[in-house]
Design a binder for this molecule. Structure first.
Ligand code: DQA
Length: 144
């Protein structure tokens, strides 16, 4: 049976496609979801792809993930730089987690250089554009 992977997207990522295309590109979140579902299928991984603008939604999805999901891929978006609650939730579940950023957060404003999430995840992919998600899927297949 295919293992399930939860892909979580944080605030404003529903705006991809029109949001600052010079930074994030022109792919929509639905385009990225379709790529992830395809790559997942080729890896025998069942992808559940979600987005919310609400920190509590992201935390509750993480809390409920053990038992159902074998691993988590998360783009916490702006909450990367602000949310101890999100980092605590990821620490509380014993699952492999890969953090993804579409842009290179280290080449941008200094407030983006720190992520509360990075110290509690298995690995980080950043700056590779939307392809970061499918790279993360290939990588998580090896971790689970
Ligand atoms: C982002 C980078 C964050 O700094 C920003 O707040 C985002 C998107 C990225 O994917 O590059 O919303 O996580």
């Amino acid at each position: 049976m295919a293992k399930k992977i939860l892909i979580i997207n944080g605030p404003n990522l529903n705006m991809l496609g029109t949001r600052e295309p010079g930074i994030y590109g022109t792919a929509s979140l639905d385009d990225i979801k379709a790529q992830c579902v395809d790559v997942g299928r080729s890896q025998n991984l069942d992808v559940d792809f979600r987005q919310s603008n609400h920190e509590g939604d992201l935390i509750e999805w993480i809390q409920k993930s053990p038992g159902e999901f074998a691993g988590i891929i998360i783009n916490p978006a702006a909450y990367s730089h602000t949310s101890i609650g999100l980092a605590d939730a990821l620490s509380a579940v014993n699952l492999p987690v890969i953090e993804v950023h579409i842009s290179n957060i280290f080449a941008r404003e200094t407030f983006r250089h720190h992520s509360y999430v990075s110290p509690v995840v298995s690995g980080v992919i950043c700056g590779l554009g939307p392809a970061g998600y499918t790279h993360a899927l290939n990588a998580i297949g090896e971790l689970i």
